[in-house]
Design a protein around this ligand. Structure first.
Ligand SMILES: [Zn+2]
Length: 686
């Protein structure tokens, strides 16, 4: 028997692929149909509906909940009224057909109760603009006539399902409805009809908003009001530089309750909103669609200074604005919390707006931070649309609180897996396109860190970042080009790290090269090159990173990949070993200097890392092999035999040590060198 699943997935993916149709992970779709009940052999009526979580654009069969339609509809018989509607959600589990599938979402009732086999519930910016217009009901009638019906705001749940089903039954001519303060729902006899009706509702709303916007423009007006003097976007380079200067301080503030990763959005939509007169009023009203404010908090933190204000003035203003935001959020919680409300989840902003610069959004990982920014962008589109056709009037604060602190939302949060050890930490690893650096980057990413892979060659850095990210792209790792011996390039690379992830916590000075020569053959150039890259390079990287770490005020880690040769003396190595000793002492000097900022500085002394090492592949291996009189391919085994443990040292072993030094377990250790050399008595530290 053919089920409607294939058609439902195709429709869902097509609708979800266009961001005008619904926000990320917002909305849900369903199809009713028949299948054989394997228990009785009889036909059974089923509902396939997008489950909780997941995104329409990438929906697969595993993301669908499959329920017995007769049983979901039978819940009307036990429904005890809106005050106890959450109990019905628990009963959805008793309506499931078969095993597996996704957990039924709160919107399952709407899909099951509407008497049509195909239903779409979507969150299009244009539809929400109508839904949040002060006279949304009248506008809905004006725009759609009888084809689309207004349903007043009601929190998602069983009662909303009953409301929509009643509207559909009372208006057989209607193709769908606008849900006040929330979104749209459409239904159809076939999957194709349902899809076409969803698009009709969305496109008609878009055309209406565009028409009204054009009418305003013809009168020299804009939905967001007059342009404000000094609030326009800063020129590109200046804007990015200012963002990079503000973001470490903002991140430190936004991490007061729990550490967060940041995401910068400086698209024209955001900059235009912040450049016009109505933005303070609209920002204070907050977002409306439940999906929006669950991700963005009820309202953003707004920097109330023009783009033309001196940087120092903005930096000085931020702590007071943040304190006021926290007090305001705590007051919001106190105004609405009931005795059985969940505890306040933290009072820091999820979205910070900076006129002329853009928006920085925060989350427990990069994806969450990025999506919070996307949702506020949706909210900006909604506000622009609503203000073009009417006045933006989001649902009231008490309703927002009920949803934000809803027991069902609390249960969702409780299901989020425990964070990995380095979650929210932003790492910069130099020389990370290959060898030890790449192994370190991979380990830090695997432990939950966001990683900036820095290397001389941009293409190689980006390729390594892709590999390290394991398919999760720039949410996990980005590649940047840097010549660590060039101060301007180092500053730019650290700036890129800040712009990519909001700040910096963990720096690994790994970039290096090695030229093995006897004293009499070592040229001045050999000496300078090695000192430029390793001694000066790690100094420059530590200095640029320390500026960010100190501004953030969240502590941090600096790790030097030094060498056994920093303490061990042998022939034919004057330049390399001397510079390694320089780096080793930088560890102690910086540990002494940065301790007061909570920054730990430690080093690692590896030895004999041959396989996967860029240094060895670059001629050093051949040279060392010649010195020891062994074939180059046996160099790893040769080194292993010289060690106490008789083990070969691989890049992964060095990466393990970096992770341990940066983990919470070594929170009280600084100025330490950890040998990763399989045991070399002559290099024991004392
Ligand atoms: Zn919804």
């Amino acid at each position: 028997m053919a089920t409607p699943v294939a058609d439902l997935l195709a429709r869902s993916n097509a609708l979800g692929a266009d961001p005008r149709n619904t926000n990320y992970a917002g909305g849900n779709t369903s199809a009713a149909g028949r299948d054989v009940d394997p228990v009785t052999g009889d036909d059974v009526d089923l509902l396939w509906v997008k489950g909780s979580g997941g995104d329409l654009a990438t929906l697969t069969e595993a993301g669908l909940a499959v329920l017995r339609l007769d049983r979901v509809r039978a819940l009307r018989g036990v429904y005890a009224g809106v005050e106890r509607e959450d109990e019905v959600v628990a009963a959805f589990d008793h309506c499931l057909h078969g095993r597996g599938g996704a957990a039924p979402s709160i919107d399952t009732a709407m899909h099951a109760l509407v008497d049509a086999p195909h239903v779409d519930h979507l969150h299009p910016d244009s539809g929400i603009a109508l839904a949040t217009a002060a006279d949304g009901e009248a506008l809905t009638r004006e725009v759609y006539g009888d084809r689309v019906v207004w349903v007043p705001w009601r929190r998602p749940g069983f009662q909303l399902g009953l409301d929509v089903a009643a509207v559909a039954a009372e208006h057989p001519e209607a193709i769908g409805c606008v849900l006040g303060g929330h979104g749209i729902t459409a239904w159809g006899a076939t999957s194709e009809e349902c899809r076409a009706r969803s698009l009709e509702i969305i496109r008609t709303a878009e055309e209406f908003i565009d028409h009204r916007t054009a009418q305003l423009a013809a009168r020299g007006r804009h939905p967001f009001g007059e342009e404000l003097d000094g609030y326009g976007p800063l020129p590109d380079g200046e804007r990015r530089a200012r963002a990079a200067a503000l973001m470490p301080v903002l991140r430190g503030l936004a991490s007061t309750d729990s550490p967060a990763v940041g995401h910068l959005t400086d698209t024209p939509e955001v900059l235009e909103f912040l450049a016009r007169a109505e933005h303070p009023r609209l920002a204070a009203l907050g977002t409306s669609c439940p999906d929006h404010f669950l991700r963005t908090k009820v309202r953003p933190m707004l920097v109330d200074l023009p783009a033309t204000a001196p940087l120092e003035e903005v930096l000085t203003r931020l702590p007071a604005l943040h304190e006021a935001y926290r007090a305001d959020y705590a007051a919001y919680y106190a105004r609405h919390a009931a005795a059985d409300s969940p505890a306040m989840r933290g009072a820091d902003p999820a979205v910070v707006l900076v006129p002329g610069v853009g928006m920085v959004s925060y989350g427990r990982d990069k994806q969450t931070a990025r999506v919070a920014g996307e949702f506020y962008l949706n909210a900006i589109n909604v506000m622009r649309g609503a203000e073009a056709v009417s006045t933006y009037a989001p649902i009231d604060e008490a309703e927002k609180f009920r949803i934000e602190y809803w027991a069902l939302e609390e249960a969702k949060l409780a299901r989020i897996p425990a964070p990995k050890p380095l979650a929210t930490r932003v790492a910069l690893v130099t020389g990370a396109a290959s060898g030890i650096g790449k192994a370190v980057a991979a380990r830090l990413a695997a432990e939950g860190a966001c990683v900036v892979v820095a290397d001389l060659d941009l293409a190689k850095a980006q390729a390594a970042a892709d590999e390290v990210a394991g398919g999760r792209g720039s949410d996990v790792a980005v590649g940047v080009a840097v010549d660590v011996s060039d101060a301007a390039a180092v500053t730019a690379a650290v700036q890129e790290a800040v712009l990519a992830f909001g700040g910096l916590d963990l720096v690994v000075n790994n970039a290096g090269l090695s030229i093995s020569k006897p004293l009499l053959e070592t040229t001045e150039r050999d000496w300078d090159l090695q000192h430029d890259v390793m001694a000066k390079g790690s100094f420059l990287v530590s200095q640029a990173a320390a500026r960010v770490l100190i501004a953030q005020g969240m502590g941090g880690d600096v790790v030097y990949v030094s060498s056994k040769n920093s303490v061990f003396a042998g022939p034919n190595n004057i330049a390399y070993s001397a510079v390694k000793a320089d780096q080793a002492h930088q560890v102690r000097l910086l540990a002494a200097e940065l301790g007061e900022h909570g920054v730990k500085v430690n080093g690692i002394n590896p030895d004999g890392v041959v396989r996967g090492s860029g240094i060895f592949a670059g001629g050093w291996g051949a040279s060392r092999a010649k010195t020891y009189g062994v074939p180059e391919e046996e160099l790893g085994a040769f080194y292993a035999q010289r060690t106490l443990l008789k083990r070969e040292v691989l890049p992964e072993h060095v990466a393990n040590a970096v992770f341990v030094l940066c983990s919470a377990d070594l929170s009280h250790t600084t100025g330490l060198h950890v040998p990763v050399d399989a045991g070399v008595a002559a290099a024991f530290l004392r």
